[in-house]
Design a protein around this ligand. Structure first.
Ligand code: FE
Ligand code: FE
Ligand code: ZN
Length: 285
């Protein structure tokens, strides 16, 4: 129901909604994107003022009129921590996630990228259990078509989701499995310790993902170079071609036929505002 036009290459970037949600679509056209990622609200707070009908209309009309093949992805607030055992934090995180899912449904956004959470000392196993439990509690209340895409993480601090096994376990422990997919962030996966230096490394990582999670559950790709080396467990995005992941490997993510279904989103540092993404996309094409 969400995708109307088709394209062979779904490529774009995270874009600002400053000036209104529809502004992100206009920025996407300026850079020739065929897919984009947005915040649907201020990411620094869990609360949100409800979307006005005219904002929703404006967004949908601009999207429909746009020449670009639209695959819109939303990114949820970093403040959501579904791994927490603190009842207050967990309740706020669930409420925050539900609001984000409802906004996606209103806007016709098929995927919501979510950071799984940080266990903050209670241990991996308990953290993963909490994530699955909290996802279930949210999905009991959400019947919309939007799918949650749990993001692969770099493994900074006590952050969970830095191995494919952990991510798979989160999904396996939930009741609403068909509402859970994954977002593969190239920078994070590299920082987490998966080698991405050669085309052979790419093959190994993709087949490992496929064996453990399944490529059919891969919904979004975050295409970022990294400022840090493999296994650094540090999350620092770098512009395409300027970091530790070779351009030829990043290009494999863009052009591999097994990944064609997943929108590919740049989250690299802005250069000349959003216009710099045009050059990075050219490099990748
Ligand atoms: Fe993210
Ligand atoms: Fe990311
Ligand atoms: Zn990151």
């Amino acid at each position: 129901m969400f995708t109307k036009k088709t394209t062979s290459l779904l490529l774009g970037s995270h874009l600002s909604i400053q000036g209104g949600l529809h502004k992100a679509i206009e920025r996407a056209e300026e850079i020739g994107a065929t897919a984009i990622q947005i915040w649907t609200k201020n990411g620094r707070t869990l609360k949100a003022t409800p979307l006005l009908p005219e904002d929703i209309d404006n967004f949908k009309t601009t999207l429909k009129k746009s020449s670009i093949t639209q695959m819109v992805v939303a990114h949820a607030s970093y403040l959501i921590n579904l791994a927490s055992s603190d009842t207050h934090i967990a309740a706020n995180s669930r409420a925050g996630l539900l609001v984000e899912l409802e906004r996606c449904e209103q806007l016709g956004i098929p995927y919501l990228v979510v950071h799984p959470g940080a266990h903050t000392g209670i241990g991996e196993e308990k953290g993963i259990e909490n994530i699955a439990h909290n996802l279930d509690k949210v999905l009991e209340k959400f019947q919309g078509p939007t799918i949650i895409a749990l993001e692969t993480m770099a493994g900074q601090g006590t952050t969970l989701g830095n191995t494919f096994e952990q991510l798979n376990m989160m999904r396996n422990l939930t009741t609403f499995k068909n509402k859970i997919g994954f977002c593969f962030d190239t920078c994070h996966v590299n920082s987490a310790g998966y080698h991405l230096k050669t085309s052979e490394d790419f093959e190994n990582v993709i087949s490992e993902f496929d064996n453990i999670i399944g490529l059919n559950h891969l919904k979004v790709i975050h295409l970022n170079d990294s400022k840090t080396e493999c296994d650094s467990h540090v999350d620092r995005h770098e512009n395409i071609g300027k970091g530790t992941i070779p351009l030829k490997v990043l290009k494999l993510f863009v052009h591999d036929p097994r990944l064609v279904h997943a929108p590919k989103i740049l989250e690299t540092p802005e250069q000349n505002g959003h216009l710099g993404y045009k050059d990075e996309m050219d490099l990748l094409r």
